[in-house]
Design a protein around this ligand. Structure first.
Ligand SMILES: C[S@@+](CC[C@H](N)C(=O)[O-])C[C@H]1O[C@@H](n2cnc3c(N)ncnc32)[C@H](O)[C@@H]1O
Length: 291
């Protein structure tokens, strides 16, 4: 069963799956993604035969996205019916974009999110300070708004999944050594001039980045395996220096500033201690001379 992510998401990790897969166990009780987004790694694992986890937990702070996953899991026929009402049309796009969703059903919210994601400029989800989706209509050739086969497969994949709206910490209660966590938080800044201590992107502050380091340490203490990916910067290298980590080169696909689309590094961190650095030959010789 080959399931693709339902939405194109900023920071989507389909491209990183080959580098991450060897770090994720072949067999788990619970697989947890506390920053689900497009859940590329979850869908890649759910596509494997046999499925490597008994159950999964997906958490995200984006309410629209969580409503969408709930609708795909529990009400896929109604969702498909609703998606069938949408066409690739500028007027309909702005009408649907203006919907106030807070009192809507999961099906209406989910169909709206998929429709806007498939037809908006650059296929990304961005909201203004009031939390309203504000990406303009995109110019594309016949976008596939209703991908029925993939939505049916996604519904099956999500059948084994607990989907929750909330902070990442809520995904981490009661986990044990048979469980595994993949963290993919909003990126720490990549610009050399960015001030890390005051940086907040998508509401994810430097304090939140530190909470995440603490969560990695706590999981290690509880015997729970975890992997985390983040932008490879001097600051993230320092935050995760104690853990085993490697840099994987990427070409970020969602970035409205085309000048920043060059190759960028992703820091992939495991919550196991970094091997001790070998002492340099010079120091060893100096030590030997002293003794
Ligand atoms: C880099 S994206 C994850 C991308 C995902 N791995 C994929 O393949 O598409 C980060 C996600 O974290 C969510 N998020 C931001 N702050 C959060 C928090 N405090 N707790 C949980 N999720 C959060 C965002 O809504 C976003 O969907």
């Amino acid at each position: 069963m080959d399931v693709k992510p339902i939405v194109k998401w900023a920071g989507g990790k389909s491209w990183l799956v080959p580098a991450l897969r060897p770090l994720i166990p072949k067999k788990m009780r619970t697989y947890v993604e506390p920053f689900a987004g497009g859940a590329a790694v979850f869908f890649a694992l759910a596509s494997e035969t046999p499925r490597p986890f008994k159950r999964a937990i997906l958490v995200d702070q984006n309410e629209e996205l969580v409503a969408c996953y709930r609708a795909i899991k529990g009400e896929v026929p109604a969702l498909l019916k609703k998606l069938g009402e949408f066409v690739y049309d500028k007027e309909q796009f702005y009408e649907v974009r203006a919907w106030k969703t807070s009192k809507m059903s999961d099906v209406d919210r989910g169909a709206r999110l998929i429709y806007l994601n498939k037809t908006c400029f650059n296929g990304l989800w961005r909201v203004n300070s009031k939390g309203e989706f504000n990406v303009p209509f995109g110019r594309m050739q016949n976008p596939k708004i209703k991908d029925e086969p993939n939505l049916m497969r996604a519904s099956k994949a999500l059948a084994h999944c607990d989907i929750r709206h909330g902070d990442f910490a809520s995904a981490l209660q009661g986990l044990g050594p048979e469980d595994f966590v993949y963290f993919d938080p909003p990126y720490a800044p990549v610009s050399k001039t960015a001030n890390f201590t005051s940086y907040a992107s998508g509401g994810f502050s430097a304090d939140d980045q530190q909470r995440l380091v603490d969560a990695m340490v706590k999981l290690r203490g509880d015997g729970v395996g975890a992997v985390l990916s983040n932008a490879d910067t001097t600051e993230t290298q320092a935050l995760y220096a104690r853990f085993k980590h490697e840099t994987v080169l990427a070409r970020r696909s969602i970035n409205s500033n085309t000048k920043r689309r060059g190759p960028t590094g992703e820091l992939v961190v495991q919550n196991v201690l970094a091997p001790e650095k070998k002492k340099s030959k010079k120091k060893a010789v100096a030590r030997a001379a002293r003794t």
